[in-house]
Design a protein around this ligand. Structure first.
Ligand code: HMG
Ligand code: MG
Length: 299
């Protein structure tokens, strides 16, 4: 069975210009809990100056209705975030770094090595509490600032993170530029060194290749797929990044490919309705006849 990690409430909402009220986020998460997804990344305990959209992480965690069998996780960048997450009863944490130094600086204000130094005490504390830890590797294929990323450094970073005690590594295509060939190249390099059951994949869908990349990953034995209902998402510090591959599309494609997913697509659509008033693009206002009469245009 393929496990779906629903990242809409975190990755999806962090990139929205509208500030969605906590009540709507709670309703979204509660509805997602009924769909069969294995895990919901509910929010992030990060600097509210960096991501004001998720500044209500504690309030949202306090109000969601937890369903047995679903894991409710959150992003944690440092020990301060970890303490806040523990106080909010987070069940799994996700630390995050990147293969690209430039993106790391812009996203978390430190180097790759610096990020691992920050994670070490977080992972240690999580271990003492028996909390599972995910680690994201952003820009695993392409970086908006540094271009193409070679598989070698991603393999090395994955191993360093696993050696630190991180349970699961989510290989992330932050700007959605990977092709299935890129995915194959990286997995060919990773899988001789890292067991497939310690990996997840996280594709943004900027170029419409998210589904092809998910299918390629699953053909390599990857069993955990991140996705965002409605295809919401993107990182504000990665220029050009658009939404994650949509959960509805992932479930449909995997099911059609003969995989067992056990997620209710209609339930996902129902969950998204709770965000309708805040997110759905309004049709653009029709231009006035005056604005159409362009005296300087030559065509
Ligand atoms: P910094 O400025 O280096 O941190 O930020 P600092 O330790 O120097 O502290 C500066 C201020 O932030 C202080 O407040 C701290 O208290 C506060 P002040 O004294 O100035 O009032 N602070 C915090 N507040 C709340 N929670 C915290 C926290 N830590 C410090 N945990 C930091 C470093 C990592 C905190 C910052 O850069 C940050 O929050 N970055 C997060 C950026 C982010 O969330 N990006 C999006 C998520 S990553 C992503 O989307 C990629 C992913 O989807 C995979 C993919 O697609 O690639 C996962
Ligand atoms: Mg992402």
């Amino acid at each position: 069975m393929i496990k779906i990690v629903e990242v809409g409430p975190r990755d999806g909402l962090q990139n929205e210009t509208a500030l969605v009220p906590a009540g709507a986020k709670v309703a979204f998460v509660d509805a997602l809990s009924e769909t069969g997804v294995s895990e919901i990344e509910v929010s992030a305990f990060v600097s509210p100056r960096m991501i004001p959209q998720l500044r209500d992480a504690t309030a949202v965690f306090q109000r969601i209705r937890r369903k047995k069998g679903v894991i409710y996780s959150a992003l944690v960048p440092n020990i301060k975030g970890f303490e806040n997450a523990i106080a909010a009863d987070v069940e799994k944490i996700a630390v995050f770094t990147a293969a690209s130094e430039t993106f790391n600086q812009k996203n978390i204000n430190t180097t790759v090595d610096g990020s691992l130094d920050r994670f070490r005490p977080v992972v240690k504390q999580a271990g003492k509490l028996g909390l599972p830890v995910r680690g994201y590797i952003s820009t695993a294929f392409w970086c908006a600032f540094e271009g193409k990323i070679a598989p070698g450094p991603v393999v090395e970073l994955t191993q360093r993170m696993m050696d630190m005690g991180i349970d699961e590594i989510s290989i992330s295509d932050t700007i959605g530029k990977a092709t299935p060939e890129d995915v194959a190249r990286l997995l060919d390099a990773l899988l001789p060194k890292v067991p497939a059951d310690r990996l997840a994949v996280h594709f943004h869908d900027t170029y419409g290749r998210g589904i092809a990349n998910v299918l390629k990953s699953v053909s390599y034995g990857i069993g955990v797929v991140d996705a965002s209902t409605g295809g919401l998402g993107g990182c504000p510090f990665a220029p050009g990044a658009t939404g994650n591959v949509s959960t509805e599309a992932v479930v449909a494609a995997l099911t059609q490919a003969g995989q067992t997913v056990n997620v209710d697509i209609k339930g996902l659509v129902r969950a998204l309705k709770f965000l309708d008033p805040y997110l759905l693009a309004k049709p653009p206002a029709l231009p006035s006849p005056e604005s159409l009469a362009c005296s300087t245009c030559e065509f």
